[in-house]
Design a protein around this ligand. Sequence first.
Ligand code: SF4
Ligand code: SF4
Length: 253
Amino acid sequence: MAGVSRLQYTTEARLVRVMCSGRVDLEFVLRAFSNGMDGVFIGGCRLNECNYITHGNYHALNMVLLCKKIMEHIGLNPERLRIEFMSSAEGIVFAEVMSEFGNKVKELGPLGKGEGIDPNELKSKLAEIRKLVPYIKVVKNEKLASHLKKPEEYDQLFTKDEIDKLFSEVISYYIDPEKCQACTTCAKRCPAAAVISAKNQIHVIDQEKCIKCGTCFEVCPPKFRAVTEIVGAPVPPPIPEEKRTIVRKSKEK
Ligand code: SF4
Ligand code: SF4
């Protein structure tokens, strides 16, 4: 409506249309900041007015609340991210909010510079967090799906301590070369193709590809229990390729 009604609003904004505000992934927001955007605004339908049972706008709200805490964790001003709910007929509201947000972002200054963070440090912090997005979404799945009733509850959904802990106690998965029997179950079930697998070869997790979903930990047969969880500590280096062949007891003779 804002365009059709020829309403004026900040010219610095670039619009990206999505089918539902719930489609705006945490990764999209972090990518926008990584690409140098100084602010991100998300416009969604009014809460409780969604035509579908999914209520994607609640998901968008929760994602924003989480992202704001993550921004604080890495030293960014959370006011660079804003979500507002309005109907498509409220062009005036949209134009006003956009102009107000544009002015706010200008006041905050360029991303990182306004907060006094070194650009390279910010770049690497954002890259680290982006790698953890699938993990964050798995760990915070329940809260991301919650329906908060009142705005007063927004600040309590994710706390500073919880986010600090989230990043200090990141879980990694490691295959114990002494226990792996190359049954290939983990490789078949891994959703990220992160398990390096071959017949009669000790399996190895490619930590760069691993999204920390924990599936390999759950599916490794109890008689082997070869996958271990490592909390907040570095993962041992992978066993060298030339040492990965498993010699079965029956073939040793
Ligand atoms: S935790 Fe295991 S199953 Fe999940 S992505 Fe990593 S290697 Fe794959
Ligand atoms: S499921 Fe367990 S035993 Fe089987 S290949 Fe994976 S780590 Fe090895």
